[in-house]
Every structure is written in C-alpha cells, then in structure tokens.
Ligand binder design. Structure first.
Ligand code: ATP
Ligand code: MN
Ligand code: MN
Length: 301
C-alpha cells in the first residue's frame, strides 16, 4: 500500500493564541498539572495532532473543575466555544440533522481547552464526508487482571492477521489500559460495509482463539480475555485521537508508537502532557514518519 504523508499543519502565530482563563487551576490533582499547562501542551502538540484531529467530528471530554470532579462527553455546541470551533450538520436516525463539532487549527483546539476540555475523541470519518469512514480501529480492552504483555501480543497478532489481508496497521497506546490498532483507509465504503468488516474480522479472531479473545461487549464474556472492541467502527462512534490528553491519573496522553517500540512498553501510558517536546521529537523521527497514513481499501472478507 502507498504511504501518504500529509503536510504538517502550520502552527498559529502567537497573536492568534486563545486567552486561557484560570491558568493556575489544578486540573490533575494527583500530579499537579494546571489548565494553563494543559493549554501549553495542546499549543505545542497541535502541529502533529492536527493531521489526525482536523476536520473530523469530535466528542470532547470536558471537566471544567478538573478530572477529579464531574466530567462529561460533549458532542454538540452549547453556543459558547468560539469562532474556531466549527459545526457540521449530520443526519440523525429520525431523519433530522444535528450540528456536530470540528476544529481545524491550533486555535480550535485551544478554544476547546479554554472551555474545560481534556480529551478529544474523533469520528472515523472526516467532516467533509461523514458518510465515508477513513479509518478502522480495533480497540483492545483487556479484562481486569490481564497483563500488558497479553495486550501487546494481541495487538501484534491483529497486525499480522490484517497484514495477511494486505492491510497496513499502526499501534497507539491509549493513555489508559489498552492499545488501539489503527487501520487508515481511503474513504469509499459505507458505514454498513465498514462495521460489517470490523465485526466479521473480530468474530473470526475470537472463534479461532476463544480463550484469548472475545468480540462480545459483555463483561461476563470477558473473563480473562481481551475484548476486541470493534464497535468503534460504527457510524457515530468515536475513539480517542492521537496525542489527546486523558482525564486520568498522571495526565497521560494517547501516543502513536511503532510496532517495534510496542514490544518494549510496560503499559499504555508512558507519556504525559509534561512531555510535549519529547513527543514532538518522536513524531518527526524516521520510525514514526507516516504513522497513520496509508492509501488502502478494505478487501472482501
Ligand atoms: P482504555 O485503553 O483504557 O480502554 P480507551 O480510550 O480505549 O482507553 P474505552 O473505554 O475502551 O477507552 O473507550 C473507547 C472509546 O469509546 C473512547 O476512546 C471513546 O471515544 C468512546 N467512549 C467511551 N465511553 C464513552 C461515552 N460514555 N460516551 C461516548 N463515547 C465513549
Ligand atoms: Mn479501550
Ligand atoms: Mn472500548
């Protein structure tokens, strides 16, 4: 498959920056990071995050009083975000339309942070054509008590099965407990075809190795297994975006890694918002160049 690397989004000049109120408010009580530090993280990481986050409907995890207080998912505008947080009308099941949110630049990311956003989650399609998915994600959710070694092996096995089908995939540490196996796609299939492929692929894996995998969401069926959460691939579902911060202890971030690096990782949260410089350096390394961008289509399954 051909690799397609997007042009880096230019970072906004300083005068375009967004005024952040309550910069000293502690958002991550156990590790101490403030709202100002979170904003600085997003300002710095924007050039490498935007190729994944820009012009994609987003759900925001907002925690206006910090991660230890009430947090909520927000999909629609409350009217207060600002001029760089844009709207895209999306058809609802009842036939009506609802406006979803998207951003396209550093200013958009920062206006969300100003409104208390910690996490950015994205649809599997771009706002230009929300009916044509452009990435598939296998979100590996281990049962409590399963080690990270099992998760890593599972991710690698999924990579190999996808490669057998001619598909290039990438690994992302979620910043939580699991790994997301990401398959970039050239838009073309419908959501129905997309979801069907994800379901059949995951069910085939769990049938072949029922002791290791389940494709069934129920916690009872997960006992000692890894749930391959293929439901991230249905219309309207989201997954945490690369380089998003997580509203979890220690202010970890979701981070793209190479398949080789993954082998040496001890958990899914080795990087935090304190490490923007390191993450930027990594992102421009040869090994991570092109991560998440491939011109390929799903084969018949
Ligand atoms: P972990 O590795 O700890 O599982 P994760 O980001 O994969 O982290 P999941 O609980 O597996 O977390 O959820 C996968 C994705 O489903 C999330 O990233 C998010 O986009 C979406 N999601 C989860 N819960 C909700 C919710 N309450 N409302 C909307 N979307 C959700
Ligand atoms: Mn998960
Ligand atoms: Mn999940």
């Amino acid at each position: 498959a051909k690799m397609v690397v997007p042009e880096k989004a230019a970072s906004a000049p300083a005068e375009e920056n967004v005024a952040i109120s309550s910069r000293d408010r502690v958002i991550f009580p156990d590790s101490g990071q403030t709202k100002g530090e979170l904003a600085d993280y997003y300002a710095a990481i924007a050039p490498v995050m935007l190729p994944f986050a820009a012009r994609r409907p987003v759900s925001l995890v907002r925690c206006p009083q910090g991660r230890a207080k009430k947090c909520f998912f927000q999909k629609h505008d409350s009217g207060a975000f600002g001029d760089a947080v844009h709207h895209v009308p999306i058809r609802e099941k009842d036939g009506g339309h609802e406006d979803y949110l998207y951003v396209e630049d550093q200013r958009g990311l920062l206006q969300c942070v100003q409104m208390g956003t910690i996490e950015f989650h994205g649809w599997g399609a771009r706002s230009d054509d929300v009916e044509k998915p452009d990435r598939m994600i296998f979100d590996l959710d281990p049962d409590e008590g399963l080690g990270f070694t099992e998760v890593k092996t599972a991710a690698r096995d999924i990579h190999d099965r996808l490669a057998d089908l001619g598909l290039t995939s990438f690994a992302m540490l979620s910043g939580g407990k699991g790994v997301h196996v990401v398959v970039p796609l050239t838009p073309g299939d419908s959501w129905g075809e997309h979801k069907d492929f994800a379901r059949r692929f995951s069910e085939a894996l769990s049938l072949a190795e029922p002791d290791r995998f389940t494709a069934n969401m129920s916690k009872a069926k997960r006992k000692g297994r890894i749930f391959i959460d293929w439901l991230r691939n249905q219309r309207g579902a989201t997954a945490v975006l690369p380089y998003s911060a997580r509203a979890r202890s220690g202010a970890p971030v979701a981070v793209p890694v190479t398949w080789n690096e993954l082998k040496g990782m001890d958990d899914a949260k080795p990087f935090s918002i304190d490490q923007a410089e390191t993450l930027l350096r990594r992102a421009s390394s040869k090994a991570l160049h092109g991560w998440g961008f491939v011109d390929q289509r799903l084969p018949d399954l």
